[in-house]
Structures are given as structure tokens and as C-alpha cells.
Design a protein. Structure first.
Length: 380
């Protein structure tokens, strides 16, 4: 059994940023992530290898930015100032979401798409060069790698008079137990309540609140089509589209600064329906829709990616499949009474009062959680 002041459960953005803050304060920790990679709901499809191979060139720094977000894509520096400051301090490059030109709209199956004046986000939405995963990679590069363990699924938390025993199982079924003073839960509340056993049980009211908190991204699926260039711009189109037909209801330009063209869209098809159809068929329908909206050039993407978060067992619970996809109201982040008081804090994005479910929410929730740690943690 390993003794450690703080155990962080979850290696997405909130968990990594909590680790970053703990290291700055000189507090020892272990971060346990169930996936074999870090980032959680921040995930990208890397196109650089195929792109370089197709062009017989080496993969250089510019090529490596050909990454397309399968999770969150944007942040808004004008009002998500803490996240923006962090990105600046990590020397990450950003660029504005492309929104110049007209948009396409599909209103009914028996009507052709119509071209309409586009609109721009206010405040402007911004993307990172290399995708949101660049933020994950930059944070990880600044952490002590020996403190971070992947392929570790936390199964149970047991509270005794002085410690929390954290039982974690690796991919081979081997169980490791840590003994912590405090546990930071860097997961969605619903996932914590549904996948981790608490001995003794959490307060019933709190457990119910966590269970009822919808997980952002969990009902969604995202499709990305990559092209040699953003050809729609030549026709004065922004790449944005809205559709009442589908399968994609909302489409945006996802091109890189280096010239790789890309479009991405959110599915409007319910999770249960998506799961009854193969990815191959779903992609065929997406390509057909892009052809309706942007012309024949859209029929031959050089790469396609589809990520259905509702089928990701480390993101979604069964209740998420019927969710409305809206950002939830943040629940209480810690027990206020009972044996779990003052030793357990939720710090996933959904626990952010300011930006629940957003990338900025992960930074906010982790900051609040670390700042609220009991004073005796800082003395160890």
C-alpha cells in the first residue's frame, strides 16, 4: 500500500491541471487514469502521418499541427480569461475559427439547400494549433511523469478514520491500493457516482445530485472529413451549415492554418439510432450530406473520422444516451456532512459553477478544488 497526500482520479484536463497546481505547491500526488492515454474528452485525430506519407515528405512541426478535434474544439478568450492566460503561459498558438462567407441551410428533405448570409460568433471562438490536445501535451510535459499512471481504473474508495483507501485496477486485473488524505475526482459527476464504489456510501442526496448531472459530450457524436484544401471558401462559403434533415445538424469549418481543409459536424441522430448502424454507413450518409451542401468535391475526402462519445464507456453512462446534450448546472462538489466531509472533492468540468462542461470549466473546477484543500495537506 502506497501512502500519498492526494490522489487524483482522472487524467483529462481537470486532472492534469490539478496535478500542475499541486506540483507548484510542492504537494505529493498520484494521478490515476483509466485510459491508456491522457486527455479524457479532449481527443484529436492526427492526420500528419498519412499527409506526410502521401506527399513523400518528412513530418515537420507544421505537419504535426494537422490534428482535428473529436471532442471540444473552441474556447472564448474574451471571457474565459483564466484558460486564455494558461494557454499563453504555455506558449501555445491559437487562431480564430473561420467564419467568413455565407452558410448553407437545409430545411426539408424535399427542398434543396439554400445559401444564406453567415454570422460570426460574438465573442469570437478560437482554436489551438494542433487541436485541443496541444493543451494536454503541454501540461503533461511540465509534470513529473512518475506521478501519473495510465491504464488504472479506480474501482473503490474506502474511508477509515484517518485515510481514504483507493483501489485501482490495471489492464491485467492487478489491483493497487493507495492510502490518501484527500481524493480529487477529475471525472464527470455521473461517472463518479455510477462507476466508483464508496464505502461507506456517499450521502444519498449528494449521490443523487451527481447521478442526475448530465455529462457534456456524452450524448454526442462528431464526424470530420479532411480535404486537400478548403474548397468551399473559393465559392464564398464559410463551411458552416445547419440542417433539419441530417445526419449532421450543425457543421463548421475545421481546416488547419497550414491549408488542410476539413469540415466537422455534430450528429442530430439519437445515440440509440446511431448504435444500430455501422460507422461505414454513417460516414456514407455524412458524405452525401456534404455533397448536397458544398458540391461534388465533398464526395472524396482524403480522410474521415467519427467519434461517438455515447459509446465511450469511460465517458458515458446509459442515462446519457437519452440526454438533451445541454450543459448542466454544476452540482455540489463535496460532501458537507458525514465521514466523507473534507476529504473528497469533485474537480471535473461539470463541477465548475462558471463554465460547467466547457474546457474552461476544467481549469476553473481544478483551481477551486486545489484552493479548497484542507490546510494540513499543505503541511505534508
Amino acid at each position: 500500500m502506497q501512502d500519498i497526500p492526494v490522489v487524483i482520479v482522472g487524467g483529462g484536463l481537470s486532472g492534469l491541471y490539478a496535478a500542475f497546481l499541486l506540483e507548484q505547491k510542492g504537494i505529493a500526488y498520484r494521478l490515476l487514469e483509466a485510459r491508456d492515454t491522457l486527455g479524457g474528452r479532449i481527443a484529436v485525430a492526427k492526420y500528419s502521418d498519412a499527409h506526410a506519407a502521401n506527399n513523400n515528405t518528412d513530418i515537420d512541426q507544421a505537419e504535426s499541427s494537422a490534428a482535428f478535434d473529436l471532442g471540444p474544439s473552441w474556447f472564448w478568450p474574451d471571457y474565459q480569461t483564466q484558460l486564455s492566460t494558461l494557454i499563453e503561459s504555455l506558449n501555445l498558438s491559437r487562431f480564430a475559427q473561420f467564419e467568413e462567407g455565407d452558410m448553407m441551410v437545409e430545411r426539408a428533405a424535399n427542398q434543396p439547400p439554400v445559401r444564406m448570409q453567415g454570422y460570426k460568433s460574438a465573442p469570437p471562438s478560437v482554436r489551438l494549433v494542433g487541436g485541443m490536445a496541444a493543451l494536454i501535451e503541454a501540461l503533461y510535459a511540465r509534470l513529473e511523469a512518475s506521478c501519473i499512471m495510465t491504464s488504472q481504473t479506480v474501482r473503490q474508495l474506502t474511508k477509515d478514520t484517518q485515510h481514504i483507501e483507493v483501489q485501482s485496477e490495471d489492464s491485467s486485473g492487478h489491483v493497487i491500493t493507495f492510502r490518501a488524505q484527500h481524493v480529487l475526482l477529475a471525472l464527470p459527476p455521473r461517472l463518479v457516482e455510477g462507476r466508483i464504489a464508496f464505502q461507506p456510501a456517499l450521502p444519498q442526496e449528494l449521490s443523487g445530485q451527481w447521478r442526475e448531472t448530465a455529462t457534456w459530450m456524452a450524448p454526442h457524436a462528431k464526424y470530420v472529413a479532411v480535404y486537400e484544401s478548403p474548397f468551399w471558401r473559393d465559392a464564398g462559403l464559410s463551411g458552416a451549415a445547419r440542417s433539419a434533415i441530417g445526419p449532421l445538424t450543425e457543421i463548421h469549418d475545421a481546416s488547419t492554418l497550414e491549408g488542410d481543409g476539413a469540415l466537422f459536424g455534430f450528429f442530430g441522430v439519437p445515440a440509440q439510432v446511431r448504435q444500430s448502424v455501422s460507422n461505414t454507413v454513417l460516414k456514407e450518409h455524412c458524405r452525401a450530406q456534404l455533397v448536397r451542401l458544398f458540391g461534388a468535391q465533398a464526395s472524396t475526402p482524403t480522410a474521415e473520422y467519427l467519434k461517438d462519445w455515447a459509446q465511450d464507456l469511460l465517458t458515458a453512462m446509459p442515462a446519457d444516451a437519452s440526454g438533451n446534450g445541454q450543459h448542466a448546472v454544476a452540482p455540489p462538489s463535496k460532501p458537507k456532512t458525514g465521514v466523507w466531509q473534507d476529504c473528497l472533492t469533485g474537480c471535473g468540468s461539470e463541477w465548475s459553477a462558471q463554465f460547467p462542461g466547457y474546457v474552461a470549466g476544467a481549469i476553473d473546477a481544478a483551481t477551486v478544488a486545489v484552493q479548497s484543500l484542507p490546510a494540513d495537506i499543505f503541511c505534508q
